[in-house]
Design a protein around this ligand. Structure first.
Ligand SMILES: [Zn+2]
Length: 292
């Protein structure tokens, strides 16, 4: 599943590729990909003549700000154009975007196609089809309509995410620290790979009861999370079989993991073998010597 660094890589790609992309046609190839409005015609009609002018990210959600453009040939002033709500995307397991400037037939996993007037297409493809797209019209709150978005905890890079905050939210939690890191209401954007990698880097066992983790360890954990995520954003997402950027490239360049999917291999610090076990249904990788 794409996590924060992969989604951030996609966000940057979209911002770079979609210059003055005004939606002139929408083709919904699979109805269930449209999460809101329920009526797919309303979704299509609402998006027409929208300029996608800014892409934000919150946790694993992509949020595009839209402006209404009725006549693209006339000079229009962005500041004076009316807002047309937000296009929100969650890629879930296997969703990805492809930007196409030479028309090609869609593959069978194509879910939604957005076209402009210049033969450009933004194509949303999703093999397993868990991904969702919302159009939140102007005046509605995306945080209210999309529960997962409204309940997100702080971004790992924000100043709200620090050791004091962590101490406060986990002080009574008996869950494992691994499960805590995967909880999007505690911190946004971390999934299985970066939870395992951050805990390794901080020297904390994924099985530790959250409430037993001391302040100095939380300081280290916070730093580890930020460092691991930043490094991964810099390399365009991690070693991840399904992830594709906008060019259709796999983000599999360079970044090596220390524990994730290294079961039975030697720990890079101590040489002991990396182990794997499930925690709340998720494969967890760790070094029993380096992580206490
Ligand atoms: Zn080790």
């Amino acid at each position: 599943m794409p996590e924060l660094p992969e989604v951030e890589t996609v966000r940057r790609g979209l911002e770079q590729k979609l210059n003055n992309f005004i939606i002139k046609k929408v083709e919904v190839c699979r109805d269930s990909t449209v999460a809101f409005p329920i009526n797919k015609e309303e979704f299509i009609k609402g998006l027409l003549n929208s300029l996608i002018y800014k892409w934000d990210r919150r946790g694993k959600y992509l949020i595009a700000q839209l402006k209404e453009v009725q006549n693209e040939n006339a000079q229009f002033l962005l500041e004076k154009s009316k807002n047309n709500g937000f296009l929100v995307v969650h890629l879930r397991m296997t969703g990805y975007f492809k930007f196409i400037n030479k028309s090609t037939p869609p593959c069978k996993h194509t879910r939604i196609r957005f076209f402009d007037n210049n033969n450009n297409e933004l194509r949303y493809i999703d093999v397993r089809s868990f991904g969702q797209i919302w159009w939140i019209r102007q005046g509605l709150s995306h945080n209210k309509i999309i529960k997962g978005l409204g309940s997100l905890g702080p971004e790992p890079f924000s100043k709200d995410f620090n050791a004091n905050y962590l101490k406060k939210v986990i002080s009574k939690r008996t869950k494992s620290i691994k499960a805590i890191l995967l909880d999007q209401t505690i911190v946004a954007g971390i999934g299985n790979i970066y939870a395992d990698e951050s805990l390794y880097s901080a020297g904390i066992s994924p099985f530790r009861e959250a409430r037993t983790i001391k302040k100095n360890e939380l300081i280290k954990l916070k730093e580890s999370i930020v460092t691991v995520l930043k490094k991964s954003i810099g390399s365009g997402g991690t070693t991840f079989s399904d992830f594709r950027d906008l060019e259709g490239e796999n983000g599999n360049f360079g970044l090596q993991t220390n524990v994730y999917r290294r079961t039975g291999k030697e720990c890079r610090k101590c040489g002991n073998l990396i182990e794997r076990q499930k925690i709340t249904g998720r494969s967890t990788h760790w070094c029993p010597i380096c992580q206490k």
